[in-house]
Ligand binder design. Structure first.
Ligand code: HEC
Length: 213
């Protein structure tokens, strides 16, 4: 975890401490323990940094996938109803109606691990072991022929897997953004209110308000 994220997390958990201490009252909150930070620090970078120990193959992943994922994403990743399709669609990205799936569209394999570990199964996120996430990742990749069925996916091998659309993304030069350090303070001389949420219709309707409003 970067220093700034560590500080942010400390702030998130310890805001009470800071605010209350300033007011001279009894402090609440505390600095998070290294174990607590470790539980939050699960991000995996596209280059594989952050991948935990563990391993899995497609064969092992199939069983977990069928038990935990297939009811929404289909037995073959083809999607059930309007839940997202996960595999298939390779070569379709130039079509008028491209099929953007994990295997046809995502440029990096390690972020598949990151996403599944962080967010799936939908409604029961972070309930899988690292071995299960590795195995399911292998299952999805093998389902679309990106790796063989008995290929072992782990922290070493996953970053080396080349995704079909790896070259399909370009760096955005952002010519409209001024170069140099971003402005963080007093950046706009005068703030002009150009509309109110209510007037442009983005506030909830009467019946959606909380009773205390
Ligand atoms: C209850 C239904 C449900 C289950 C079960 C479920 N998912 Fe999902 N999945 C979703 C939904 C909904 C999304 C889209 C979430 C979003 O975009 O915020 C999604 C998105 C995804 C994506 C990203 C797809 C993309 O192209 O952006 C992946 C990968 C994924 N799920 C994998 C899994 C895996 C692996 C499992 C089993 C461990 C699983 N899901 C279980 C509903 C489900």
């Amino acid at each position: 975890m970067s220093k700034s994220r560590e500080i942010l997390l400390a702030l998130a958990l310890g805001t009470g401490l800071v605010l209350q201490a300033q007011a001279g009252e009894k402090p609440i909150g505390r600095v998070p323990t290294p174990e607590e930070i470790a539980r939050w620090d699960i991000d995996v970078r596209p280059d594989g940094l952050g991948l935990p120990p563990g391993r899995g193959t497609a064969r092992e992943g199939e069983e977990v996938y069928l038990a935990r994922c297939a009811q929404c994403h289909g037995e073959f990743g083809e999607a059930v109803g309007r839940w997202p399709q996960l595999v298939g669609g390779q070569g379709s990205l130039t079509w008028d109606d491209p099929i953007k799936t994990v295997t046809s569209y995502w440029p990096y394999a390690p972020t598949i691990f990151d996403y599944i570990k962080r967010a799936m199964p939908f409604g029961d996120a972070q309930s899988l072991t690292d071995d299960e996430v590795y195995a399911i990742t292998a299952f999805l990749l093998a389902s679309d022929g990106i790796i063989p069925e008995d290929f072992e996916v782990n922290a070493e091998t996953l970053p080396k897997i080349k995704m079909p659309n790896a070259e399909g993304f370009i760096m955005d030069a952002r010519p409209d953004v001024p170069k140099g350090e971003p402005c963080m303070k007093d950046c706009v001389a005068e703030v002009k209110i150009i509309g109110y949420a209510k007037a442009i219709g983005v506030t909830p309707d009467e019946h959606m308000r909380l009773p205390t409003d």
